[in-house]
Design a protein around this ligand. Structure first.
Ligand code: NAD
Ligand code: UDP
Length: 324
């Protein structure tokens, strides 16, 4: 197949490109590098089945005939989507329309990368796909939550009105190599802080919960859903729940760091708890995650160490330039 991945230079998107290439597909990666990086796809530079197109998907574009469209472009970390609020609203709306139009034009199958944020600060726990969510439509996170909820509505509308063969994936917190060092997400912050010997910043009292899925598990779930005929949303995430304070202690253990823990204010509308009910993925896709958080953090450590070295070298270079 010739496959389009929007957001393919991002964290999850680049791993998806790798997995699709490993299955012998041709991959066209379209990304404007807003939050992604060419470093994530540098290893594919000489791969003849891989094509990178630097393009804002909020503008009309056409990459020619494709058999599958994976719409993964969107800022994804709270820090990123709050900085790029309008772009985030546009990529869920205009960006979704443009990618759906390509799927319609070429008769391609379609997958939307949606999110657990559709459930907002959930009143149902764990979250099943049938839960409609508890989202503050005007709060600071709404640029992301409502953008994704709109994208889900657009996806279902193209299915109903234009018969596009669609799938909706609800990703829960995913981590691993290529997670941006500076995107403010909890795993990147804690790993960076622990490896640098700086204090780990726990927001609020650290009793809020998340569950963390290692990226290879997530990608396996994505591939299985992409091959299925399930058209309603499917949660793909790890159902083992941790408080953020437990997560901080695990990072300290894995990195053998002696960093202290400090407490900072909880951001507005920060969900108090989050854990996917993955019964649907288990039953219909035969999928469940295999890598627990401690193992996943160990597998990610080398990447974070290297990313810190690259960042420090870049900083030192800048300082030298200023001194000269
Ligand atoms: P990321 O920021 O690493 O990747 C997103 C990519 O989209 C980046 O490469 C960025 O440059 C690109 N992009 C953004 N706007 C664009 C535009 N207008 N045109 C072209 N490219 C654009 O984030 P990620 O964690 O890899 O997330 C990928 C997808 O998965 C997103 O849709 C996100 O909402 C979803 N998701 C991720 C998680 C997670 O825990 N990582 C959780 C839920 C949902
Ligand atoms: N968090 C934290 N310290 C940090 C970064 C995040 O305590 O340095 C908390 C954040 O308040 C939230 C959880 O960790 O409760 C997960 O945050 P993240 O930004 O990774 O993603 P979210 O699940 O909120 O989208």
């Amino acid at each position: 197949m010739r496959v389009l991945v929007t957001g393919g230079a991002g964290f999850v998107g680049s791993h998806l490109c790798d997995a699709l290439l490993a299955e012998n597909h041709q991959v066209v990666c379209v990304d404007n590098l807003l939050t992604g990086s060419l470093r994530n796809i540098a290893h594919l530079k000489n791969e003849p089945r891989f094509e990178f197109v630097q393009q804002d998907v909020n503008q009309p574009y056409d990459v020619g005939p494709v058999d599958y469209v994976f719409h993964f472009a969107s800022p994804a970390s709270p820090v990123d989507y709050m900085e790029h609020g309008i772009e985030t609203l546009k990529v869920g709306s205009l960006g979704s329309f443009h990618s759906l139009d390509l799927a319609k034009k070429y008769g391609a199958k379609y997958m939307l990368a949606s999110t657990s944020e559709c459930y907002g600060d959930p009143l149902e726990h764990p979250q099943k796909e049938t839960y409609w969510g508890n989202v503050n439509t005007i709060g600071p996170r709404s640029v992301y939550d409502e953008s994704k909820r709109f994208a889900e509505a657009a996806t279902m509308a193209y299915r109903r009105y234009h018969k596009v063969d669609t799938r909706i994936l609800r990703i829960f917190n995913t981590y691993g190599p290529r997670l941006q060092l500076n995107d403010g997400r909890v795993i990147s912050n804690f790993m960076k802080q622990a490896l640098r010997g700086e204090p780990l910043t726990v927001y609020g009292d650290g009793k809020q919960t998340r569950s963390f899925c290692y990226v290879s598990d997530e990608v396996e779930g994505i591939l299985r859903l992409s091959r299925s005929d399930i058209h309603d949303p499917v949660n793909i995430g790890n159902p083992v729940e941790f408080t953020i304070l437990e997560c901080a202690h695990l990072v300290l253990k894995v990195t053998a760091s002696r960093s202290p823990i400090t407490y900072e204010p909880l951001p507005q509308d920060d969900p108090k708890q989050r854990r996917p009910d993955i019964s649907k993925a288990r039953e219909l896709l035969g999928w469940e995650p295999k890598i627990n958080l401690e193992t996943g953090l160990k597998l990610s450590m080398e990447y974070f160490q290297q990313a810190i070295e690259i960042q420090d070298a870049a900083k030192a270079g800048r300082q030298q330039t200023v001194a000269v």
